[in-house]
Design a protein around this ligand. Structure first.
Ligand code: FAD
Length: 517
């Protein structure tokens, strides 16, 4: 009975998809595009990490080559009715950005099929990877050559195409720039179905449009990523502050050292805000316990908010540990943290890079991973970060956060102005990430409604106070909001869309352009 139902559903979906291409009803067969209509694939493609929005596609393509992707997009572009096509990496968006209704999701990541494997060029220190490759797999393949990418995200189970469509940032960004500043070239399937190889000096308009382009201008099928000799170990340090200005002063000082020799700077600078009673239910908390148990009340003088600076020093197996100690000591001596609050650990580089996965497994085991995630990520100009602290960390957010609140500055000069990403117009700006999980455990402060309301209050506060924030991983629902988001970049965004995806086929889940059919 169940099999019959599945079959009927598959036939129904086939009719729908052929209906999308009525002028060429046999196109799908002639062009040998094998779509999947399986309930499992449709379910997967309709969901994401945010767990708040579901949109069902009519079919799913598991491509094994750039050619497969190009065939599908060409079909969508050339058929009079047209249909939307959305690339989906690992589906770790928050608001349905990789979903599409009545169209086809191209599942770029997934069980390894026939997609090209990473190819490392040791001499020129780069790796060519499939657009759906997960960063963890990129790392594993380059480590075999003693090499590794330079710029990361905190979590490695994200696809290359997915993070390059946003920017890809972590604590190395102050030094190396975001991941989009560490890509030599890409292969892209445009919204017309054309395959274009592009870079800073070849088809550069398309290259810049696609970098941070939210999937609007093309599907990245290959990326050439810059590598460096991989460190083997990491000294990972956390220090606490109760004074926000001292905390940000130290963060800004540390990132101002980006041009120094590697022995004179840290390799990673991040930070987070602690507003919880204890350091609980927080990806970052495991570091402190059980060997380093800590309670805010024992350390916070006055207010309830603490700030944690997180820094690392990478080193090689053959490095002299004593000189690493000295380098770290010299840098720490320049900082003004609470003296008794230094927490240090030493671990393999890979374990450091893959640290969030450990937390993921823990949360999964408690059923706390597949919950709604009303995340809000903002770029805040350096000049207004104090106002943001007063209004948001010490104001709007209560003393229960249910997830990490990250805060760290980056140097604007490491970002290429020509890409599609929008950042505040100051030399330094902060990433503030409210990475909260909605819980149905009876705690009113942690419901989806409550957290979403708080997010709205944060955005309203920033608007009223004219703080000049820009959303990272932006989410808007009207074109006017998108025009405001892009500001001066909007005319170029619009022009590139008309040139590379004139029928607005691609990544409709971002809700920037309505499909023209
Ligand atoms: P998807 O959600 O699958 O897609 C995102 C968008 O990109 C969609 O619009 C989709 O159509 C488009 N897209 C996907 N693949 C392609 C492609 N090949 N070509 C063109 N467009 C494509 N971000 C950071 O910068 N730093 C972090 O430290 C960080 N940590 C995170 C931790 C977790 C646990 C999670 C869930 C997210 C984190 N993110 C971080 C955000 C993450 O980078 C983005 O959500 C990213 O889009 C996820 O990649 P994905 O492969 O899951 O993309």
């Amino acid at each position: 009975m169940a099999t019959k139902l599945l079959l009927l559903l598959a036939i129904y979906r086939l009719i729908v998809i052929v209906g999308l291409t009525l002028d060429h009803p046999t196109d799908l067969i002639q062009t040998e595009i094998q779509l999947s209509f399986s309930l499992e694939d449709i379910y997967e493609a309709s969901h994401d990490f945010g767990n708040m929005i579901t949109t069902e596609p009519s079919g799913v393509l598991h491509p094994s080559s750039t050619h497969d992707v190009a065939k599908l997009v060409k079909l969508a572009y050339e058929s009079p009715q047209g249909f939307p096509v959305s690339a989906r990496g690992h589906g770790h968006s928050i608001n349905g950005q990789a979903q599409t209704g009545n169209g086809v999701v191209v599942q770029m990541s997934g069980p390894r099929g026939l997609t090209p494997r990473p190819v490392v060029n040791e001499e020129l220190m780069y790796v060519d990877v499939w657009g759906g490759e997960l960063w963890i797999d990129v790392l594993n393949s380059t480590l075999m050559y003693g090499l590794a990418p330079r710029s990361w995200t905190d979590y490695l189970y994200l696809s290359v195409g997915g993070t390059l469509s946003n920017a890809g940032i972590s604590g190395q960004a102050f030094n190396h720039g975001p991941q989009i500043s560490n890509v030599h070239e890409i292969d892209v399937v445009t919204g017309k179905g054309d395959v274009v190889t592009c870079s800073d000096n070849q088809s550069s308009v398309l290259f810049h449009a696609v970098m941070g382009g939210l999937g609007q201008f093309g599907i990245i099928t290959r990326a050439r990523i810059a590598l460096e000799p991989s460190p083997q170990r990491v000294r990972w340090i956390r220090v606490l502050y109760s004074n926000f200005s001292t905390f940000t002063h130290d963060q800004e000082y540390l990132i101002s050292l980006h041009d120094r020799l590697s022995s004179q700077k840290f390799d990673y600078v991040e930070g987070f805000v602690i507003v919880d009673e204890g350091l609980i239910n927080n990806w970052r908390s495991s570091f402190f316990s059980p060997s380093n148990p800590i309670k805010i009340s024992s350390i916070a003088a006055g207010g309830n908010v603490l700030y944690c600076l997180e820094i690392t020093k990478n080193y090689y197996q053959h490095s002299d540990r004593e000189s690493i100690d000295q380098e770290v000591e010299a840098l720490l001596n320049k900082l003004n943290y609470i003296p008794s609050s230094v927490f240090t650990t030493d671990l393999p580089y890979v374990d450091f890079l893959n640290r969030v996965h450990k937390a993921e497994l823990k949360l999964r085991s408690k059923g706390l991973w597949d919950v709604p995630h009303p995340w809000l990520n903002l770029f805040v100009p350096k000049s207004r970060i104090d106002d943001f602290d007063k209004g948001v960390f010490k104001g709007i957010l209560g003393n229960k956060t249910s997830g990490p609140i990250l805060i760290y500055p980056v140097n604007k000069n490491k970002w290429d102005e020509d890409t599609s990403v929008v950042t505040p117009n100051e030399d330094m700006f902060y990433l503030v990430a409210l990475l909260r999980s909605a819980l149905q455990n009876g705690d009113e402060a942690l419901t989806l409604e409550r957290l979403s309301n708080e997010n709205r209050q944060v955005l309203d506060f920033c608007k009223e106070q004219n703080i000049g924030v820009k959303q990272y991983l932006p989410h808007y629902t009207t074109q006017q909001e998108w025009m405001d988001h892009y500001g001066e970049k909007w005319p170029q965004i619009y022009k590139s869309k008309m040139e590379f995806d004139p029928r607005h086929i691609l990544a409709t889940g971002q809700k920037i352009f309505q499909p023209s059919f």
